[in-house]
Design a protein around this ligand. Structure first.
Ligand code: CP
Ligand code: NVA
Length: 305
């Protein structure tokens, strides 16, 4: 049975912990510049319909350093859903490659791709979720904190794809997760209810960021207008007033907290230069860990570990 990684819940809790251990081990090998080529003579197809810096660079660098060849396919190369049926192109790509990573608008396209591909498919972000990001975030938290005990993560901003992956993480690993967002920018109700019903974590929605961040170990934010929503950016700036993560909001945690952001950030909008550059900010460790955790995910779904 081939494995895909489309949602964090595609892995069990044990598999998530195992992925973090593999990521740490492979990260150490990379730091030592050790020769490690488990993907020799393998290829990875990277399909993008959206822009990217981190996802493209981290997958391509990680896979190449593990001995494989990564192929970048940009928005105009395949034109997913436009030039031919997703179920056709999925089967074609799978005939040439050992693993596929896709960043798409429509989550349904990703599900179809995984259904028809005979090789593992990894989600590099859709409008619905971004599982590799939250895996990297949790690895970063583990490195900085040493464990996930009594972990409180407060996300401040839009109830978007990042939040959906946090909610999926909450279905597997116990944590206290609060999404502080304006009333009409809440996450998907089913995803929220599933996380609540799983009974693993405490999950909440708040509309009051100042109260929500009290006691937070992590304050997390993301852009207010995601890719595909940039035309709404000005309107959203008005709707998200009071939801900026600034020094005052960071101080409202009442403890030494970390600041996280998946990046790219719009400086001066959802957060400030001062917070991004503060001691609390672990955004570049977070970005680096994208590569290490994705390497571990690829090793796992390709049956190399
Ligand atoms: N965080 C993240 O996925 O960044 P990119 O959009 O640059 O890939
Ligand atoms: N929510 C953002 C995340 C970017 C990594 C977007 O979808 O554009």
């Amino acid at each position: 049975m081939k494995r895909d990684f489309l949602h964090i819940t595609d892995f069990t809790a044990d598999e998530i912990h195992e992925t973090f251990s593999i990521a740490k081990e492979v990260k150490a090998r990379f730091k030592r510049r050790e020769k490690y080529k488990p993907f020799k003579d393998h290829s990875l197809a990277m399909v993008f319909t959206k822009e990217s810096a981190r996802t493209r660079i981290s997958f391509e660098t990680g896979f190449s350093r593990m001995g494989g060849h990564a192929i970048y396919l940009g928005p105009s190369d395949i034109a997913i859903g436009k030039r031919e049926a997703v179920k056709d192109i999925a089967r074609v790509i799978a005939r040439y490659n050992d693993v596929i990573m896709a960043r798409l608008f429509d989550h349904a396209h990703l599900l179809t791709m995984a259904e028809y591909s005979s090789v593992p498919v990894i989600n590099g972000l859709t409008d619905y979720n971004h599982p590799c990001q939250i895996m990297a975030d949790m690895l970063t938290i583990l490195e900085h904190r040493g464990n996930f005990d009594d972990l409180k993560v407060v996300y401040v901003g839009d109830g978007n794809n990042i939040v959906h992956s946090w909610l999926k993480m909450a279905e597997r690993i116990p944590l206290h997760f609060v999404c502080a967002c304006p009333g009409d920018y809440t996450p998907d109700a089913k995803t929220f209810n599933d996380a609540k019903a799983a009974g693993i974590s405490e999950v909440e929605i708040s509309h009051d960021p100042k109260t929500a961040v009290k006691g937070a170990d992590i304050v997390y934010t993301d852009v207010w207008a995601s890719m595909g929503q940039k035309a709404e950016a000005e309107e959203r700036k008005k709707r998200f007033e009071g939801f900026q993560v600034n020094d005052e909001l960071m101080a409202a945690t009442g403890k030494k907290s970390f600041f996280m952001h998946c990046l790219p950030a719009e400086r001066g909008v959802e957060t400030t230069d001062s917070v991004l550059e503060s001691e609390a900010s672990i955004i570049f460790d977070e970005a680096e860990n994208r590569m290490h955790v994705q390497n571990a995910i690829m090793l796992k779904v390709c049956g190399k570990v």
